[in-house]
Design a protein around this ligand. Structure first.
Ligand SMILES: CC(C)(COP(=O)(O)OP(=O)(O)OC[C@H]1O[C@@H](n2cnc3c(N)ncnc32)[C@H](O)[C@@H]1OP(=O)(O)O)[C@@H](O)C(=O)NCCC(=O)NCCS
Length: 357
């Protein structure tokens, strides 16, 4: 192989312009990664949606490193890096994909080394990477307990070889919705008295946006984090609007169900579902949170069942919903199992401490 060049890729203004070639190759690698893991297109995204997702915002700088080789400087692999800009300034996340035809030749290792250098130069001492694994997708384990769900496949072996440690295991589950009217079967108002559901699509009402920002902030550390070196995110109204703008740019419809404590008017929790309009059969579960002081009132089930009913009304073409939960999050897992979610795989969250000298 001719010498490998690892360099930053500048995002094109649009996927249609002639300078978008490199980006289109990268988008193809990300989709190939998802197909390879899951055997279907449910986690693939159009290049346009990927371009919108990969743009930096005031709260996240996103960068792409590409590895090129040969006289034609073909892209053999990519490392995607995210650097928070308003909190967790000591961290970054990394996702590396290497073209299946170019593996075991050191491309992944070169991308990881360049990613670490970029992160360390920015003062980031902690790098986090995620690996996804289909249920029953391999022999052997990366350890004991929840770690035993992670097979020792290429992704896990690579993470270990690069010096990462497994800190958290998430179960990935799917709910197959009944063909006849998705939301009908989910329990209506299973919660105790004193609470009411509030729904919105795509944009939070102005009157609720500060309270909603507080819920989003709480979500960043209330869900189990295992040994991940993360501190609470900072959320305010502009950040909520930024996230809504990103979803819009990516062509996603977003359904939010919040629960209000009727006596105090306080928002006690929320849950979020997203649907890519280019892929109307699939929905993804995002946050679900109930504030500590309101727990024990079956609000988790009330929220999730409520939003699944809304999904049936607003996105009747959705056939399946995916969700991610820490394996130790027994309460959330129990609710999801009751709703009919079944495990399809596991995600490993890996962490490496970088030397900043
Ligand atoms: C994981 C992945 C990025 C590795 O890329 P790669 O270019 O093949 O990696 P390298 O050749 O640099 O391998 C570095 C080390 O990782 C380990 N490794 C990589 N692939 C492995 C495999 N299939 N089996 C066992 N160990 C493996 C080895 O220790 C290897 O060193 P060695 O070849 O000297 O033994 C690639 O398989 C891939 O793109 N997979 C799909 C996407 C993914 O899972 N990404 C991980 C998210 S961070």
């Amino acid at each position: 192989m001719t010498p490998l060049v690892v360099e930053l890729l500048v995002l094109p203004q649009s996927t249609e312009l002639p300078d978008a070639d490199g980006f289109l190759a990268v988008a193809g690698l990300f989709n190939a990664q998802q197909r390879e893991i899951w055997g279907n297109d449910d986690f693939c995204e159009t290049p346009r949606a990927q371009l919108a997702r990969l743009r930096s915002t005031p709260t996240r700088r996103r960068q792409l490193l590409v590895a090129r080789a040969g006289s034609a400087q073909v892209i053999l692999g990519v490392a995607q890096l995210n650097f928070p800009l308003t909190d967790n300034l000591h961290t970054g996340t990394m996702n590396v994909v290497v073209d299946a035809r170019a593996r075991r030749r050191g491309v992944g290792a070169a991308l990881c080394a360049a990613a670490e250098e970029l992160a360390a130069a920015d003062g980031r001492r902690t790098l986090i990477a995620e690996t996804d694994h289909l249920l029953g997708g391999g022999e052997g384990t990366a350890g004991e307990g929840p770690a035993s769900f992670i097979p020792q496949d290429a992704a896990a072996s690579y993470a270990l070889a690069c010096g990462f440690r497994l800190e958290l295991v998430e179960r990935i589950s799917r709910l197959d919705l009944p063909a006849d009217g998705a939301g009908e079967g989910f329990p209506d108002s299973a919660a105790g008295a004193g609470y009411e559901l509030v729904f919105w699509q795509d944009a939070c009402p102005d009157a609720l946006v500060d309270a909603y920002a507080q819920l989003r902030q709480k979500m960043s550390t209330d869900a189990p984090l295992g040994g991940l070196d993360l501190v609470p995110e900072v959320w305010d109204a502009p950040r909520v609007r930024e996230a809504e703008g990103k979803a819009r740019g990516m062509g996603y419809g977003v359904l939010v169900c919040a629960v209000r404590h009727t006596a105090s008017g306080e928002l006690a929790g929320h849950t979020v579902l997203e649907v890519a309009r280019s892929k109307p059969a699939v929905a993804y579960q995002d946050d679900t949170l109930v504030l500590q002081r309101h727990r024990g009132n079956r609000l988790g089930m009330m929220l999730k069942a409520g939003n699944l009913r809304q999904l049936g009304l607003h996105f009747p073409e959705v056939q399946r919903v995916y969700t991610w939960n820490a394996e130790e999050n027994r309460y959330m897992l129990a609710i999801n199992e009751q709703l009919g979610f079944r495990p399809i795989g596991y995600a490993g969250e890996w962490q490496k401490e970088l030397s900043l000298d």
